[in-house]
Design a protein around this ligand. Structure first.
Ligand SMILES: Nc1ncnc2c1ncn2[C@@H]1O[C@H](COP(=O)(O)OP(=O)(O)OP(=O)(O)O)[C@@H](O)[C@H]1O
Ligand SMILES: [Mg+2]
Length: 307
């Protein structure tokens, strides 16, 4: 089992002076999976990703990367690539020259075909010969991903990779990450965008105040939160309101035309059955916020309230 884990972290602690950035955090990431880190600003996401990249050393706990225990010395673990706080680029060089320089640093020589390939994967072929000084945030993010791909990592670590990406850029990046994971690479990324996490990640870890308050499959997180708010649209709002009000376990809010039902899934099922039974059509029944976002807010608010 151990060899299947790209990351095995246990009881990780990290302080910056008086600030406790990480407090007993565990993390397990299986090869071939995309694992999302979420949490409010200051929760410890970047700090944890930095430890995976070997940019800092934990104060306590144990960390194994690709089956190898990480020691006390600062060093990038073998097989790991990525970036935190934006990629480091040479502004005076073009995108292509930046990648060629990196390839040379890896001791691989500037293999033009490989550089062209990673530029194409992230959708930067058209600007390959522009200096990166003029690159937008989204272009820099994509070039950072291309740089990480050059190393053919078995663990890819990305801090908010979709920051600043336009829809086309996001599609490129999602495509690249999904393909890498299918080939067996483990990906750990942080994001504030729930839609990205839902689209990309099989598992998430929710950090709040330096602690992991949830870690597991995205579906379990969404289900962990009992009652959600759903918008209900029907041609007969008064009848729907009456039936919704009499459904055990549900609450109804909103004015007559725009009903919001708060209910756990079984109560919602019962409501739909009774609406249909009474001949009231259901035109729309949608969560007001995504189940993932609702669970995230509930978990992190609970943790914040304890602090
Ligand atoms: N180099 C540092 N020196 C001092 N404090 C730091 C340092 N790096 C992080 N911290 C503190 O550690 C805590 C965690 O920060 P971190 O950057 O890991 O959070 P984050 O989850 O990435 O937040 P964000 O969503 O804003 O990126 C914060 O309180 C931050 O102020
Ligand atoms: Mg951060």
């Amino acid at each position: 089992m151990g060899t299947l884990l790209a990351v095995r972290a246990h009881g990780i602690g990290k302080c910056f002076g008086d600030v406790v950035a990480l407090d007993g955090v565990g993390l397990e990431v299986t090869r071939g999976r995309i694992h999302g880190l979420v949490g409010p600003n200051g929760a410890g996401k970047t700090t944890l990703l930095g430890l995976l990249l070997g940019l800092a050393v934990a104060d306590s706990g144990t960390l194994e990367i690709l089956g190898v225990p990480v020691g006390r010395a600062l060093a990038a673990p073998d097989g790991v690539a990525g970036f935190v706080d934006g990629p480091g680029l040479y502004p005076a060089l073009t995108a292509r020259q930046n990648l060629a320089a990196l390839a040379a640093l890896h001791g691989e020589g500037p293999r033009a075909a490989r550089v062209d390939d990673v530029l194409d994967q992230v959708g930067l072929t058209d600007v390959a010969d522009d200096r990166t000084r003029g690159f937008s945030l989204g272009m820099r993010q994509r070039l950072g991903l291309a740089a990480a791909l050059l190393a053919r990592p078995r663990l890819l670590v990305l801090d908010e990779p979709s920051n600043g990406l336009d829809p086309a850029g996001r599609r490129h990046v999602h495509g690249v990450l999904t393909r890498l994971a299918a080939e067996g690479t483990a990906v750990v990324l942080s994001s504030h965008r729930m839609t990205d996490l839902e689209a990309l990640c099989s598992e998430v870890t929710v950090l709040s105040g330096g602690r992991a308050v949830f870690s597991g499959p995205v579906g379990e997180l969404a289900a962990a939160h009992g009652a959600l708010d759903y918008r209900l649209v029907t041609p007969d709002p008064p009848a729907a309101r009456r039936l919704a009000a009499s459904t055990a376990g549900g609450e109804v809010a909103g004015d007559t035309d725009r009903l919001v039902v708060r209910a756990p899934v079984p109560a919602l099922d019962a409501l739909v059955a009774s609406l249909v039974h009474a001949g009231v059509a259901v035109r729309e029944l949608t969560p007001v916020v995504s189940p993932l976002e609702a669970a995230f807010l509930a978990l992190t608010e609970r943790q914040e309230a304890r602090r």
